[in-house]
Ligand binder design. Structure first.
Ligand SMILES: O=C(O)C(=O)C[C@]1(C(=O)O)C=C[C@@H](O)C=C1
Length: 355
């Protein structure tokens, strides 16, 4: 078959695709109008989005289009669909090019409006004050563990966790220096440094660390300092025009970070949900053990628990925990009731579809 003929076939398919996409958009506008009339139904429906994506993946069977590409296309279709209903603003930990920016783009697509906040408390603040509809914050990394800056914010917010995002994390050593031996300073901070610890200890053993947050700021500093290097994302290296001297310096090839979407949505039960809680146990022997037994007794699977000091009383801790199930599921309700018996307080931070 000739090239002209093949291109004619592509043109014919595109005509069908465009008309189908327009039909989908018209229906999405109608959905938006219905939602506007119902008080607790929100524009962003992460549980429905997961169903849509799973359904198209099932339809795909073994088609030629890579599955990741199909998911990316649908993320953009849904992103445009949300923007049609009402433009939404998403605050993330900037400047542009951070992993949080990449996670926000992956989840909300390019039709959302993004705003870069200068630190994690500002993201919470922007959503609380209504300047952004949602915020995206990092919560844990598969190599480095929890992000304390984020966990500590949940003590003082009334926002809810409404979705989670997982992304693969690759770190690049960016520098204008000709070789690794010429580097005199390394711009980075605890999280990326911890994920590249072995590489840095082997290749930059005596190089002083200049604490710089977040990753894209490290790329910016490296772009201004001919003898400096930064641990950065690929996107930030591109934005600040600083060469990648050594790609993939992360110690673990399966390095992943989990992000949370915070806002005022409270997604319904789907049968595959997660719940996050903050609780403080009574200061008496065995209380944490008894509190945790509440989950075991009711067959609720705890996926993460982290202790953080309370800010007001020394040596007192609050626990941040994630478990499978929705706040409205019966076993979860029973586990929470028992947890409350052993705790000074329990704050449910949100139930959301498992990522
Ligand atoms: O089903 C809805 O609630 C919609 O608004 C439609 C739609 C979509 O385009 O598929 C758009 C936004 C929601 O987050 C989920 C799905």
């Amino acid at each position: 078959m000739s090239l002209t003929n093949l291109r004619e076939q592509i043109d014919a398919i595109d005509s069908e695709l465009v008309s189908l996409l327009n039909r989908r958009a018209e229906i999405s506008l109608q959905v938006g109008k219905q939602k506007a009339g119902e008080p607790n139904v929100r524009i962003f429906a992460p549980e429905r989005e997961r169903d849509v994506i799973q359904r198209v993946l099932a339809l795909h069977s073994d088609g030629a289009l890579p599955k990741d590409a199909l998911v990316a296309i649908y993320r953009e279709i849904i992103s445009a669909s949300i923007a049609l209903q009402r433009p939404i603003t998403v605050a993330y930990w900037g400047p542009p090019g951070t992993f949080t920016h990449m996670a926000a783009l992956q989840r909300f697509g390019s039709s959302a409006q993004f705003h870069d906040a200068s630190n994690i408390p500002s993201i919470f603040g922007e959503v609380e004050r209504g300047l952004a509809d949602f915020g995206v914050v990092p919560v844990e990394n598969s190599t480095e563990g929890v992000v304390n800056y984020t966990l500590d914010m949940f003590h003082e917010t009334e926002l809810k966790i409404c979705a989670e995002i997982y992304i693969n994390i690759a770190h690049q050593l960016v520098s204008q220096a000709k070789s690794i031996a010429d580097i005199k300073r390394l711009y980075t901070f605890s999280q990326p440094l911890g994920q590249c610890k072995q590489w840095v200890e082997t290749h930059l053993p005596n190089v002083p660390i200049v604490e710089t947050m977040p990753t894209s700021r490290a790329a910016e500093r490296a772009s201004e300092d001919p003898e400096g290097a930064g641990i950065s994302t690929e996107k930030a290296a591109e934005i600040y025009g600083v060469p990648i001297l050594q790609p993939h310096i992360e110690d673990n090839a399966n390095n992943r970070t989990r992000f949370l979407v915070i806002g005022r949505n409270e997604p319904p039960q789907t049968g595959r949900d997660k719940t996050s809680v903050l609780f403080a146990v009574k200061n008496e022997p065995g209380s944490l053990g008894r509190a945790l037994r509440a989950f075991e007794d009711h067959n609720v699977n705890l996926s993460m628990i982290a202790s953080r000091p309370t800010r007001n009383v020394s040596w007192e801790y609050v626990q941040f925990a994630d478990f499978q199930g929705h706040e409205k599921d019966e076993p979860v309700q029973r586990a929470l009731a028992e947890l409350r018996k052993h705790s000074i307080y329990v704050n449910v931070l949100g139930s959301y579809p498992e990522g």
